[in-house]
Design a protein around this ligand. Sequence first.
Ligand code: ATP
Ligand code: MG
Length: 411
Amino acid sequence: MLDCSNLMMEQCSYPSIFIYGHRATGKSHVMHTLLKELELPYATVSCVECVSVGLLFEQVLLSLFGSDSASLLSRSPSLSDFVRVYKQLCVQASAKQTRYIVLDRAELLRNMETNLLPAFLRLQELDNVTVILLSEIVWDKFRPNTGCFEPLLLHFPDYSKGELQQILSEDSHPSYSPELYSAFINILLGVFYSVCRDLRELRHLAALNFSKFVEPLEQVKEGDTHKLWRNIEPHLKKAMQTVYLREVSSVQWEQQLQMEEKEAGAVRGLSAHAHVELPYYSKFLLIAAYLASYNPARTDKRFFLKHHGKIKKTNFLKKHEKTSNHLLGPKPFPLDRLLAIFYSVVDSRVAPTASVFSQISSLVTLQLLNQVGHDDQLDAPKYKCAVSLDFILAISRTVSFDMVKYLYDFL
Ligand SMILES: Nc1ncnc2c1ncn2[C@@H]1O[C@H](COP(=O)(O)OP(=O)(O)OP(=O)(O)O)[C@@H](O)[C@H]1O
Ligand SMILES: [Mg+2]
């Protein structure tokens, strides 16, 4: 944090800064807080939200030059349109202070227009501006092979246990003393720190378990942490089994909270799978995706072809291949395999009329499916199923699909 603020206080600004570090190490939070506190002119753009470069350009201009500026861009602007408009606006409003452009989840820039990343790294040629790229990925995997200006590299290390304790304790509950909350965080970290250091996960776990922690307070005094500990221990142990296996990731949970704040409680929590309402065919798509992620591709014939002829059971069950696919985690699969399995599992039901593709992209947006391997644009897109076994079993029950019968691991 100090490093960053020193950088910003310096007279001569860097053309670009590349900030990298694991998830939830405060990259976005620290940058945002600094720029706001120092009252510097800045634009932050999340590359995830920019489905087109046009949107990205528009957001940069809007934040830096106000609401009229974006109208100077053409309908689907190219990089050179952006540069032209940016230049024009700089002449009109020359920068007294360095302007900052923060591009969050910057690894996605690599999949946009080829020249985009090199151009942003040289933007200072136009204006007194610093471009800050935030990413989980190291710069070496980032650098375009055509070469480009090198940014200043800055690493955000993982938070230490003490730092986590401090940050998490700030969330204290209004009806309880900060000391009690801090004691609870201490217990929580004692249990989870060895398996989970992700601030988002830990925050979620804290929110989930605090009410259980204070339950005995009617009979027990606040200071009697031993009794409180005895009461909470079994709950934390149970929660331990499901760290990272939750139906909803902490990122979704965070977004959900933000949305709930915005809509003043109009939307209810996504946190229990009972509340995830998917369209009928999307459920089958998700089931198909789960099967594609956890069954070896060579077994598809056996499961999904009605008349697959004789495939020797011994061959089929290569059980020396003992490792459970569930332990190995979901494997990526191509779209055509997903569709083949999908049509096979819905077959007896009415054929879908709704657009299958738009439902797939909705599942990706909901983070129930992940798109992978986007680096390789020559290849067709690949996906991975991102839901837990419990979740998919619950979904398949709602459409009376006997999931276990189709899973290789459970044969
Ligand atoms: N120093 C901090 N003080 C208070 N809250 C923090 C701090 N650092 C991170 N957080 C909170 O933790 C969560 C994750 O932080 P942040 O989004 O900044 O991580 P990130 O490094 O950008 O992660 P990602 O790579 O996933 O984008 C946010 O809700 C943020 O508000
Ligand atoms: Mg971030």
